[in-house]
Design a protein around this ligand. Sequence first.
Ligand SMILES: Cc1ncc(COP(=O)(O)O)c(C=O)c1O
Length: 365
Amino acid sequence: MSNAWIEIDRGAYQRNLTALARWTACPVLAVVKANAYGHGAPILAAAALETECPGVAVARVDEGVALRAAGIAGRIVILGLSLPDEAETICDQRLEPVVADPALVAALARAGERAGSPVPVHVKVDTGMTRAGLDPTAALTLCREIRAGAGLRLAGVLTHFAAAEAEDGTTMRAQWRRFEGVRVELAQWTPRPLLHAANSAAALWFPPACLDWVRGGLLTYGVAPADRPLPFSVEPVAAVKAHLVQVRDVPAGRAVSYGGAWTTPRRSRLALAPLGYGDGLPWNLSNRGWGLVKGCRVPIRGRVCMDQVVLDVTDLPPVHPGEEAVFLGRQGDAAITAAELATLAETIPYEILTRLAERLPRRVV
Ligand SMILES: Cc1ncc(COP(=O)(O)O)c(C=O)c1O
């Protein structure tokens, strides 16, 4: 049994998915890439498919293959672009790739024809993010070629917003206008491909973008995509916890942890937790992060190490080895959120979550 672990609130994840689907009146494709944002993809993909979700999405073919190996039988969309040599695997594993490149499309078509069952593909339209995809006119041409050819089925057409969380919404509205021609043309097709555009932020704050699916990521893990009021509440899904492994009193004037970046200003009681940057606790929380012990905030002292971190429990009633420390989540009335960690560590909540290491066991609660 590990002394450091992540608790996954499966029910909270399902409630968040359901709340998002209700708010948008739209099915939510559950985005479980990067190990479900660090939470554990097999657990949460299965949880998502028990709700009304039409499927799950990952970034890469190998993530999709791993979900199939874990017994996930539902629809799996590959949001990132793949290479032609992955076409056979995509076809064999019944994955739904996002496509933009003719060579990949041709390889998938050959694989689909050989298998005697068309590969469902989603064409990516770049409406202004300038990352993956084709400009609208080229994307429509590709859609027509897919429709006319054999071996493929045009399952969907998507775009992705570069700044859906921005309060003024100017960039998003400009992207939305560039998507309009594609939507209008495809609306006349029979069968019509699914259209999807909204991520969490667009789903929250730009209702028109909730087309046939929304692609829900960060919000479904209970974390707001921006520091803006949410129209409904969500519950954090992950909590990071450890059992204290040592508590000791040290005199004033002791330099603590690597580099001696903090020196005890008085006689201090220091508690050691077996959790470090090797687990995803950011190194730059050194001397500025917090843990929760006995329901109180206690400061991280000195540098965060790879596997250990020192907490200052001087002001608490007696603390003992074996007691629980929380680094993300709630203990009593105190809480540390992914948003707070991101601010302290000068990053974004997405990175805080996706850094959560594989070696921490996930305990489903
Ligand atoms: C194409 C695409 N759609 C949807 C999402 C989900 O975004 P979010 O986590 O902001 O909901 C992502 C995540 O990066 C993505 O790349």
